[in-house]
Design a protein around this ligand. Sequence first.
Ligand code: HEC
Length: 144
Amino acid sequence: MSNRFTKSMARNIFYGGAVFFFLLFVALTFDTHGKLPQRDHRENITEKVARGKMVWEENDCIGCHTLLGEGAYFAPELGNVYKRFGNNKAAIIAFIKSRPPQGVEGRRSMPQFNLSDEDLDALAEFLKWTSEIDTADWPPNVQG
Ligand code: HEC
């Protein structure tokens, strides 16, 4: 009984398993990289979208928000905000521009950034582009 499961069997399972899963990992990595160009629709990165990303970074929006799950958990996920706002850039711009409700008990508030109209439009364009990335349904619920 004690000889049925030998050391060499254990070694073979270990090496076999390691090789199998390493090859699986390599295959899935190639698969993902093959599909990314269609999923991230990078051909639609216009100058405005790129500028919106700059404005996003310069104002540290990610210090409070998540974008496609990455970032801080203080404020709502914004990867899908364009869709949540009814596919409406103007609504996003209006929200950021209006001084959102401040000092409401139990409600977190967003600062006023006093962005130029151009920067606001670029930001909205960036959030629109982000919402159109095929994320395989991430985040799993509408609020992120
Ligand atoms: C200090 C934290 C903070 C920063 C920095 C911040 N926000 Fe916000 N943001 C919030 C909070 C809190 C809310 C929710 C406000 C509310 O519901 O009244 C919000 C809401 C929003 C909304 C509406 C989201 C929704 O689902 O209702 C948008 C769009 C938005 N922020 C965009 C931005 C952009 C763009 C930037 C960078 C220029 C930014 N935010 C930076 C805290 C922040």
